[in-house]
Design a protein around this ligand. Structure first.
Ligand code: DX5
Ligand code: ZN
Length: 218
């Protein structure tokens, strides 16, 4: 299966958002990764519905929304209406995770669950068959530009085994500190989707950086 690159718009130039969206549209990137932070689940606030609406208007690729918010259930339909194709909630923010996953799918989106660096893979054993995506956080969520946590590789292998054992179709996404230095090892460990924010948007030529990552992974 082709490995996917998902540039994280959090690292884009918000004063030139349309330009950066067109860059992703015209690049070898596969998905748009959109980080929604509420200042409660994580110690930062990113952007909300009006900005996602503006992004959706121009984006021509899959919109992968990563909710770093408490009570995500109350916004599931809103994110579907705003054009999200994949909706990922945090395990740590969902008391009734099974119900949340079903509600995301009922709203016509692919359902993802993200795990903080301290959360073990084993907590997903009883929902893995229902999931389309698991996002392993390779930094503590809340900010772009942090360093990759090395323990991630072990978690990717454990998740890969769980997916195979359960015959799940779930994809493995890695989010945080992804660069050309760890992309290949992540894919070797079993990753399917690599999110990259700073490494893409702070580079001199983001289009070429995306192409490089794509080449490293495939
Ligand atoms: C972190 C976000 C990430 C972030 C990744 O909380 O979920 O998606 O934008 O940024 P980099 O690639 O700079 O670590
Ligand atoms: Zn993210």
């Amino acid at each position: 299966m082709t490995k996917l690159i998902a540039p994280s718009i959090l690292a884009a130039d918000f004063a030139n958002l349309q330009r950066d969206i067109e860059m992703v549209n015209n690049s070898e990137a596969d998905w748009f990764h959109i980080d929604i932070m509420d200042g409660v689940f994580v110690p930062n606030i990113s952007f909300g519905m009006p900005v996602l609406k503006a992004i959706s208007k121009h984006a021509t690729k899959t919109i992968d929304v990563h909710l770093m918010i408490v009570n995500p259930d109350q916004y599931i339909q809103t994110f579907a209406d705003l054009g999200a194709n994949v909706l990922t909630v945090h395990y740590e923010a969902c008391t009734h995770l099974h119900r949340t996953i079903q509600a995301i799918k009922a709203a016509g989106m692919k359902a993802g669950v993200a795990l903080n660096p301290h959360t073990p893979i084993s907590v997903l054993e009883d929902v893995i068959a229902d999931l389309d995506l698991v996002c392993i956080m390779s930094v503590n969520p809340g900010f772009g530009g942090q360093s990759f946590i090395e323990n991630t590789y072990k978690k990717v292998s454990q998740l890969k085994h769980l997916i195979e054992f359960s015959e799940s179709k779930c994809q493995i996404e890695i989010d945080g500190g992804v660069t050309d230095q760890n992309a290949n090892a992540l894919v070797e460990a079993g990753a399917d989707v690599l999110v990259a924010g700073s490494f893409v948007f702070k580079s001199e030529d983001p289009t070429a950086t995306i192409a490089d990552l794509k080449k490293i992974c495939n």
